[in-house]
Design a protein around this ligand. Structure first.
Ligand code: ZN
Length: 330
């Protein structure tokens, strides 16, 4: 029986149940947090508010309870380096709510790397990822279940390529799957996939996150033909693609038979430290996010998909069957 690591220990892959593949229990820069721990972060559910540091846990628990009430059993939390990964925090949320949280290793960067990673090559960085997968994360026995990397507007530059090669080599050594943040508007995914191919990664264990920011079916099918999974994972983030176009795109791909290649999620962040409150409020008022919430998949997306003709079987495939296939090859 294939197993999957969670912050409360390994489980059988079949126990994952209904899974949101891309949600953050917190998202912040660990450097800012370490230096100015008094700083409030942003909470967005349902309106932008400042969340003082001692409330961040309660907000994450509230999000977890919200999805549990809707039948979700598991959240994959792709917070890694530079997104404030804190597996102790994730475990406390899991223990307080009974949600299963699947943690990762990896580095979320579009370019910047600290000197200590500039001076290390891809193999040495792969060693760090393998440590998290085989030994444990942040001094705990919690093991990483997948590897995260990212490419965005700056493209697959030298540093980003090194992290992708490190992720690929750690995947090849351990069998752990990869989640690659992509930016369709910058056409990053073809090059990201090419690097994984060059490194011999099994593409059926690669997920190209944020593919749902595009409604270009030719672009998306080009990725799918490589055999990867795709994340339709930012419902509510109007700033990248309006909701209606996201739904139309998923329905078109379902019609073409790709239920077994897609994930539904929101990339919601229970709290986020990226913006001062007034900026966050202006962005939301300007329509950057609408109904963005950890609940949006169940409250809005599934009804929209069913209305558009999606079957229960297709929905079950995306939310229940695909996660163990990607995470455990099961
Ligand atoms: Zn994310």
């Amino acid at each position: 029986m294939a197993s999957v690591e969670t912050v409360t220990g390994p489980i059988d892959a079949v126990e994952l149940g209904t899974t949101l593949i891309h949600e953050h229990l917190l998202a912040r820069d660990e450097g800012i947090h370490a230096q100015w721990p008094h700083l409030a972060t942003g909470g967005l559910d349902p309106e932008p508010v400042e969340v003082p540091p001692d409330r961040v846990f309660d907000v994450a628990v509230g999000c977890a309870r919200g999805v549990l009430d809707r039948g979700v059993r598991t959240i994959c939390d792709p917070s890694c380096m530079f997104l404030g990964r804190d597996v102790g925090f994730m475990r406390r949320v899991a223990e307080a709510t009974d949600v299963q949280v699947v943690p990762c290793t990896g580095i979320y960067t579009y370019d910047h790397l600290p000197t200590g990673l500039l001076t290390r090559d891809a193999d040495a960085i792969a060693d760090l990822f393998v440590h998290d997968i085989e030994t444990g994360i942040q001094g705990t026995e919690i093991k990483a279940a997948f590897i995260k990397c990212a490419a965005d507007e700056p493209g697959v530059n030298e540093n980003v390529e090194k992290i992708h090669r490190a992720a690929a080599r750690a995947s090849a050594r351990t069998g752990a799957p990869i989640m690659a943040h992509s930016r369709p508007a910058s056409n990053t995914a073809p090059r990201q996939i090419e690097i994984f191919e060059e490194e011999g990664v099994e593409l059926g264990r690669v997920q190209i996150a944020h593919t749902g920011d595009s409604d270009d079916l030719d672009y998306i099918e080009g990725l799918l033909q490589k055999g990867v999974f795709i994340g339709m994972d930012r419902f509510g983030l109007e700033i990248f693609l309006p909701y209606a176009q996201r739904i139309t795109t998923v329905l078109a791909l379902l019609e073409r038979g790709y239920a077994d290649r897609m994930f539904l999620s929101a990339d919601y962040c229970a709290t986020l430290d990226w913006y001062p409150l007034e900026v966050e409020k202006a962005m939301v008022a300007g329509g950057a996010a609408k109904d963005w919430s950890m609940n949006i998949v169940h409250d809005k997306v599934l009804p929209s998909l069913r209305e558009g003709g999606a079957t229960d079987e297709q929905i079950e495939t995306m939310l229940v069957a695909n996660p163990p296939r990607w995470l455990a090859g099961a």
